[in-house]
Design a protein around this ligand. Structure first.
Ligand code: MN3
Length: 383
């Protein structure tokens, strides 16, 4: 039986790599739904190749062009975020892979869980914003959430067969990004062009900037807390510039399991889609002879203050990670548009965390309001 997949965010970096995985494994997977934000040219091309049952474009102004381009194909076409949230309920979907950018992944993921779909989670912001609610919903609807993020996939792989054994701590590895080893003075004048040059991973613009500020690792720590039921003090960030050890778990007897390999997002994507099976691949293989030295460092929390802010938000919990995330999305967007400098991103997040009202036990409506208020406030901090 082929697994039928809905890919939310099919034109982004994870979406296109997921389609490569499907193309390379036609006996295992088929595409049922594709959704995109506004890149209709690529969505049209993908629809012609993968022949999904349904496609959705979030940007409603592109609907007519999309319908026109696909009129000869037997595919249903919809537009708008509402349609993306609803489409995940289709009975012909086995797995929903959520690869949209940022907060926009939240509502479709909630609906997919409510309709009992297995989730391959590539949108870490969903768990950052609403981790507690998502885990409760998944438990209630008996839905499995398989991580696509490479570090979380690594931890997940280390935990296979360890169901009854407690975790002492996890070691979440970080490449350190393009500015590893740089001090605050350097970071103040860091440019967008340099921030976008990640040494090891090819990713979208938002996550690449998050890697440069190390906010990505902070968001991943919060993601790990909810995925694996950890306390913040059980999560250790380890800078590992070669990105070969994708993360590790220490158990209560002191034994450590790590998952390793060359950095390649297609592997964690494939594992999330094929779990519990492993599918044979032709991906390039790691050899110790090519890497005589693997190195590990402590993160520099004084220069990369975003990471410290993320741990603070994780400790405070409630709506604080939602505030952190919304302010970060506004800050990264402003940095990408050359409106603010590299370190001002941190200032905006810090001020938003101080300003926006803290709610200890937020409901979904509280989170939606917190997200909105934080975006409005943080925009006022950008001149
Ligand atoms: Mn990652």
């Amino acid at each position: 039986m082929k697994k039928r997949i809905a890919i939310l965010g099919s034109t982004g970096s994870i979406g296109t790599q997921t389609l490569e995985v499907v193309r390379e494994n036609p006996d295992h997977f088929e595409v049922e739904v594709l959704t995109a934000n506004n890149n209709i040219d690529l969505l049209i091309k993908q629809t012609k190749e993968f022949k999904p049952n349904t496609v959705v474009i979030a940007d409603e102004s592109k609907y007519d062009d999309l319908v026109h381009a696909l009129e000869k194909l037997p595919v249903k076409v919809y537009a708008g975020n509402e349609a993306i949230s609803q489409i995940v309920e289709m009975d012909t979907i086995d797995i929903v892979l959520t690869a949209m950018v940022g907060y926009s992944g939240l509502l479709p993921t909630i609906n997919a869980i409510k309709s009992g779909k297995t989730i391959a989670l590539a949108n870490k912001e969903t768990l950052v914003v609403a981790g507690e609610m998502i885990q409760k919903l998944a438990f209630h609807h008996k839905v499995s959430i398989y991580p696509v993020d490479s570090e979380h996939s690594a931890i997940f792989q280390c935990l296979v067969g360890e169901g009854q054994n407690a975790i002492e701590k996890i070691m979440l590895t970080a490449s350190g990004g393009p500015f590893r080893g740089k001090n605050l003075q350097f970071l103040k004048s860091a440019t967008k062009e340099n921030a976008l040059k990640h040494p090891n991973w090819e990713m979208g613009a938002k996550i690449t900037i998050d890697s440069a500020t190390m906010m990505n690792k902070g968001l991943e720590a919060i993601e790990a807390k909810w995925l694996f039921g950890l306390n913040p003090n059980q999560i250790e960030v380890v800078v590992h510039p070669q990105s070969i050890v994708h993360s590790a778990v220490m158990f209560e007897d002191g034994s450590i399991k790590a998952q390793m390999g060359l950095p390649n997002m297609k592997l964690p994507i494939l594992y999330a889609l094929s779990f519990p099976d492993r599918v044979k691949t032709e991906f390039p293989r790691f050899s110790f002879w090519d890497y005589p030295e693997l190195t590990f460092e402590k993160p520099d929390l004084k220069s990369f203050r975003n990471l410290a802010l993320a741990f603070e938000a994780m400790d405070k919990c409630g709506n604080m990670p939602c505030i952190l995330n919304a302010a970060n999305e506004i800050a990264v967007d402003a940095f990408l548009k050359d409106k603010i400098g590299f370190c001002e991103m941190t200032d905006i997040i810090e001020q938003s965390m101080q300003k926006i009202a803290y709610i200890k036990h937020p409901e979904l409506d509280d989170l939606i309001n917190t997200d909105k208020e934080t975006r409005e406030y943080s925009k006022t901090l950008i001149k």
